[in-house]
Ligand binder design. Sequence first.
Ligand SMILES: Nc1ncnc2c1ncn2[C@@H]1O[C@H](COP(=O)(O)OP(=O)(O)OP(=O)(O)O)[C@@H](O)[C@H]1O
Length: 657
Amino acid sequence: MATVNTKTGQSIDRTVLDSMLRRRMFYTPSFEIYGGVSGLYDYGPPGTALIANMTDLWRKHFVLEEDMLEVDTTMLTPHEILKTSGHVDKFADWMCKDPKTGEIFRADHLVEEVLEARLKGDKQARGETVVVDEEKEAKKKRKAKGTEAKKLDDALVKEYEETLAQIDNYGGPELEQLIKKHDIRNPVTGGEVLPPVSFNLMFQTSIGPSANMPGYLRPETAQGQFLNFAKLLEFNQQSMPFASASIGKSFRNEISPRAGLLRVREFLMAEIEHYVDPEGGKKHARFDEIKDTELALLDRNVQLSGSTKLTKMTIGKAVETGLVDNETLGYFLARIQSFLLKLGVDPTKLRFRQHMANEMAHYATDCWDAELQTSYGWIECVGCADRSAYDLTVHKEKTGAPLVVRQARAEPLRIEEYQIDLEKKKFGPRFKKDAKTVEAAIDALSQELREKLSLDLEKNGKIEVDVEGVGSGKVEIEKDLIKIEKRTRVDNVREYTPNVIEPSFGIGRILYSIIEHSYWSRAGDETRGVLSFPPAVAPTKVLLVPLSTHASFKPLTQRLTAKLRKAGVSNRVDDSSASIGKRYSRNDELGTPFGITVDFQSVQDNTFTLRDRDTTKQVRATEDEILQAVKSLVEGDETWEDIRKRLPEFTSQEVEA
Ligand SMILES: Nc1ncnc2c1ncn2[C@@H]1O[C@H](COP(=O)(O)OP(=O)(O)OP(=O)(O)O)[C@@H](O)[C@H]1O
């Protein structure tokens, strides 16, 4: 799929972009000199700086703004925790194997790839335009059955489109049926594939030398946050609602990682667990602030109808009409959008897609993904799920830890209920070693049963209670041992398990998407690539270029770089002998938004030029004015337009030559 830079109208050639990113060392395959391992990447200096700037913005946008409690929990996780959370049994994808070549495919991706290729072939046969770079790539990589231009039956085209629109909704059995029905094979060899089998995505390890504590590398940061819930609540002075947050690496043994940074086996996640009272509709105190934010939504019913048509709607309306389940979930969707836009995401390439019923984790009540459009298609970059009370409940049940909120009631609650008193002195001798088990079974009786048993006791002078593991499983208890009475209980404290709304960000996926969204080339010349990152995100903020290697420029450049460093503005000096134009070009590729030129006039009157990357326009002013302008631009207090209005423009043939 080709994408177009919506500002310049240029289509993006991914091969050219990829080679630029590698050349400028944004990222590189790990262990490359040993042949590399798919799904593992190292970030070079600009990539690392981008991540640092993105996470810095994330902390400001969420942790600081929402007063969240940030934690840093371990990646190594014992088996028991992930067994309890359901990951050991359910954190899996479906894979199928080509028995002849041994190649392994992720089943849903295989179906998607083959059906998309056939639809493309159909378009070609109907004479519609198919994007060129994709064609090249398809030919190169996949001399695949099904990619040739071949017209399909209209009904089949519709069926394929409907299947693709809900591809995330299928489990193993459905995928097996689709593979059979549409004769889906290994796209390269045309060989048949075996039925899909489930593959757990967690990396297993063992903790300690004796190998008797199995563990995993965590597949998400969430569990570490949940396990600290009680302590965090205490830290927050028992006040609700509140959120914890964490940034850290997660690990998933992806079946066949392709698509560069978009599907890797080790990646940085930034996750928020917002704890909210399930009673009262999960309102959010700051919802009013964002209710007019308009989002592009793709709800589950539209997907089920086989369409991908977006609905533009304010989040206020989406919550009011029930499309988005509650205010808290809606609040975070709007906040996620404003964060992504701050990073430089193209607003026309952002949509929120609702999960379909089967796609959602079994405990989730509603889930929306922020998806970004790239040359790889629409990619989930942020998941935002209402995880209900699931995680805290399972960990509480397993460990007995009080992962609950206890709150004094404004009005005490008076509850009419059946209470049971046991004649303990007689109870022990009567049931001997089984006494505790019988007592526990009685304690667990529901109110409904208690009501029935109180009538039985009155009528028959005895009752029969089910007690597993004692005698025949039924125990008779006579009236002198038990009393069941309806009484009033006054409850001053409300205890509840909070629900969790979880926005979960994949930093690498967002990073790659903003690179694609901000990429263009000057005058359509592919060798002159530019990355128009917003100043706050750009790896380096300022390039310092002396006009030539003349010795008189050096003290000035040194003074400027020292002052910028002191002000916390990252900058680099390029005093190589390359032409100024070339030096600016190199830094356009790194996305450096501003450049300061030191020339002979600077030596005379201490004035400098400041250049804007995107427009290549320049202003000239004194050292103090230029440094102040840079600081204000980088901190987002002013835009380049503001600076141009207040500082004199500078034009020079020489500088941009
Ligand atoms: N293999 C991966 N590589 C890079 N980022 C990932 C990967 N898996 C998940 N993420 C990121 O983590 C976020 C939260 O993870 P989540 O469990 O919701 O993803 P997922 O639904 O499993 O993703 P997918 O369906 O694409 O495998 C995603 O929105 C994505 O940005």
